[in-house]
Design a protein around this ligand. Sequence first.
Ligand code: PLP
Length: 384
Amino acid sequence: MIYLDNNATTMVAPEAAEAMVRFATELYGNPSVAYRFSRPVREAIAGARAEVAALIGAEPDEIAFTGCGTEANNAAIFSALRTQPGKRHLVTSAVEHSAIKRCCEQHAPQGVETTYLPVDPAGRIDLADLDKAIRPGETALVSLMWANNETGVLSPVEEAAALCREKGVLFHSDAIQAAGKIPIDVAAAGIPMLSISGHKFHAPKGVGALYVSKNIPFQPLLVGGGQEGGRRSGTENVPGIAALGIAAKLMRERLAAPTRDAVRALRDRFENALLDRVEGAEVNGHPEHRLPTTANLHFPGAEAQGMLILLGEKGICCSSGSACSTGNPKPSAVMTAMGYPAKRAKSSLRFSFSRYNTDEEIGAAVEAVAAGVKKLRALSGYAG
Ligand code: PLP
């Protein structure tokens, strides 16, 4: 198997998996109970909080662990609306993940209006559009994804955060695809809220975190036992949180080390080889402003569904559109928002790489993709 679908989810790092087992079988005490058995459990949560904070340039007490990235996104929107009851307007982009879009839509019956900023063919918003969309005194939150899950295209998050600050509007970023892959510094960028998800960077599924700056008010989505400083009730998923802390540390060390460009080199090698070998192939999304770990490629004359079958036969995992919409015959909403015709969207594949991919895998995947395109083009009578 060659796993090139790391934007869908990632392998749990062995070091993180070890911690999961330990906190599930040996150190299984409830962190909220005072006896000695629970002390190392509380310490593990504190350590993980510090590591997650360090990964994004936050203070440990600004991190609340959640059950997933979706929950962190929902909690950010919910809090922005609850703490500013007079403000009934949200701004986001047309290419956000459904964990943001559906949550905005969900508030419409309560009179909350959402503006969806358009993107250009490279997948980026225009800051002038954001400037126009903000309604001072009415806009409760601007939420923009740091990196797109399908194309890897980066939003101008730091600039958008500065604009929001200037206009006195709260800002949130869904950094679920960006965290651990590129440097993030919420303090330096003056970002008040940000979401991350463990399973996108070698921690397990079912654990995420919401960063909320200590300078802003917050209302929790889940109430109950008051865990996480009252920001997210529910007994903590300690195995998941301990593993998240370890994965955050590994990713931070990786980002700081000279090896940080290793995954980019694999992606570039893969992409350049295919652009070279497959006539008419092109990159979807901005060539520079994108994650170093994603290649979304258009292969004219080779339908993605057919390619997925051919590649699947060779044990290669990749995606058409986002994982959540695979099997959905509609062209990707992200590609549609970028102005691509349905035909292009349906002949595009997303490959996403991680530190666990090897040079040999890249070579084999290039051969398989090039052969697949050739086969489908011959079948469809594609003439170029
Ligand atoms: N936001 C983005 C950009 C994503 O890529 C994903 C996962 O695919 C999510 C949110 C949802 O995260 P989770 O699966 O942890 O709920």
